[in-house]
Design a protein around this ligand. Structure first.
Ligand code: SF4
Length: 235
């Protein structure tokens, strides 16, 4: 008799993507996520959306949560915001095939509501392991929830586009592409922030050359989920 969980995991587009890229350890992580019951979002998801793209990768983009299209297709950033992300990457000579893309939570919040602190906390070990496998030189946080892992007590309006070094990598906060689609004035801002990525990659390569390994990566240590009041104030 077939095992529905195993069948679902086998059919997952994200797992197929991880197999195709040959990313060591990623298939196992995605299979584990596919079976995860750790928060309430497990009851309402169609399928998990763990991520896409190679591991290791120089650049990792981390968004907030899957939306309706992602929940349907099992891959991150496949709706309108995803097409805009493709455009932003294309403008700097990059593509999603070379970038690892993930979200803070791996299951769609019903009605596209914000992910709750307890859901972010429950999913955090998966994202930590994903970052460890991808080992990016540069993390681009998209939106306030992923930004909050590294930058607290500030707003994205204040610090977007400004990189900060954590261990042997750079983290740069940027607006979520969906926010730029909703607010035309942010389109120019996000284009300008993305235009800085090639120079930031060069800077991050130099950091990594000088510090090839960092066993006590403070980026992963600095993952405390801020209290709900602080999260609401981040934009
Ligand atoms: S959001 Fe994360 S912790 Fe919650 S059920 Fe999905 S995979 Fe598990």
């Amino acid at each position: 008799m077939s095992d529905p969980i195993a069948d679902a995991a086998y059919a997952s587009p994200a797992i197929e993507d991880a197999r195709r890229t040959g990313a060591p350890g990623l298939v196992e992580l995605y299979e584990e996520i596919a079976d995860c019951p750790a928060c309430g979002l497990a009851r309402t998801r169609t399928q998990t959306v763990p991520g896409s793209g190679p591991a290791p990768a120089e650049v990792m983009c981390i968004g907030e949560a899957p939306g309706a299209r992602e929940d349907e297709q099992g891959l991150p950033f496949v709706g309108a915001a995803g097409r805009f992300l493709d455009e932003l990457l294309g403008d700097i000579g990059m593509s999603r095939e070379t970038v690892h893309i993930a979200n803070v939570v791996k299951c769609r919040p019903p009605g596209n509501r914000d992910p709750q602190p307890e859901e972010i906390a429950a999913c955090q070990p998966f994202l930590d392991r994903q970052i460890a496998l991808v080992d990016p030189l540069l993390i681009v946080t998209l939106g306030r929830f992923s930004m909050a892992r590294w930058f607290s007590g500030t707003t994205i309006s204040r610090i977007h586009g400004q990189p900060k070094r954590f261990g042997n990598r750079l983290v740069v906060p940027m607006f979520h592409p969906a926010a730029a689609l909703r607010r035309g004035d942010l389109r120019t801002v996000i284009h300008a922030d993305f235009a800085r990525i090639p120079a930031l990659i060069e800077e991050a390569r130099a950091i990594r050359a000088e510090a090839p390994s960092d066993a006590t990566d403070p980026a992963l240590a600095a993952t405390a989920v801020p209290p709900p009041s602080e999260q609401r104030a981040l934009l």
